[in-house]
Design a protein around this ligand. Sequence first.
Ligand SMILES: Nc1ncnc2c1ncn2[C@@H]1O[C@H](COP(=O)(O)OP(=O)(O)OP(=O)(O)O)[C@@H](O)[C@H]1O
Length: 275
Amino acid sequence: MTNPESRIPNPDDREAIISVRGLVNRFGEQVVHENLDLDVMPGEILGVVGGSGTGKSVLMRSILGLRRPNAGSIEVLGADALADDADSRLHIERSTGVLFQDGALFSSLTVGENVQVPLKEHNPELPDSWRYELALLKVKLAGLPADAIDKLPSQLSGGMRKRAGLARALALDPPLLFLDEPTAGLDPIGANAFDNLIRTLQQALGLTVFLITHDLDTLYAICDRIAVLADRKVVAVGPIEDIERLDHPWVREYFNGPRGRAAREAKVGASESEH
Ligand SMILES: Nc1ncnc2c1ncn2[C@@H]1O[C@H](COP(=O)(O)OP(=O)(O)OP(=O)(O)O)[C@@H](O)[C@H]1O
């Protein structure tokens, strides 16, 4: 019999920071998720991939409590994400930052005012000058120049708008960050810079990141594990080396197509030049 005290800790024994069990999501006749299970581990960047319409955004919305699933359970940081009580909702809201695909900034507010929205909502007691300073810190953390704080979203480039959205997502210092296709619409250099920013912030702030993407370069460059959505559930989760060998039709086509090969070769080239 194994003495429990002599067991060597296994990283997989860590408790999940997000735990989804038996998730079902339906829209009328359309079944998007059927008994979907997923664990997100603390401190990881989990890349969530899958064909168009496989339910990546619906999964994220369910975890965030923005959509009530038809069945299943979801725990976020130990709280029941589907509970109706205000305390659980507040706990999850305060612990999660979200960057939606289009940045979802208020177009009539400056970048600084956008970043201050969650601060005003959750820390109304803070003096205005402190809120401004905190917003400035987040703007700089997101890699924007300080003068971007007084600009309107329409005065920024697409890449800068994403960074402004990221600054707002970080406003409350959440341990959990959700990113929906963060590099979509960015040119390759901008996308690469954004990947590096996410990795740097994740390491510096100890974030756990749930990242929906179609971008193979992002998967190879910064994701610790990949979750594949197909056939209405998560068909596999693991490091990319394991996922790319998976015998599943969508996975074969995705990872072994010309883009998959190019991303893999770029990763190999990058690790060789590091040594
Ligand atoms: N509010 C809604 N009402 C009806 N159907 C919906 C709703 N939201 C999502 N769906 C459907 O659920 C399915 C999954 O949508 P979802 O946006 O999660 O896909 P996705 O994997 O994120 O796709 P993509 O990669 O194209 O962004 C789609 O077929 C979509 O049409």
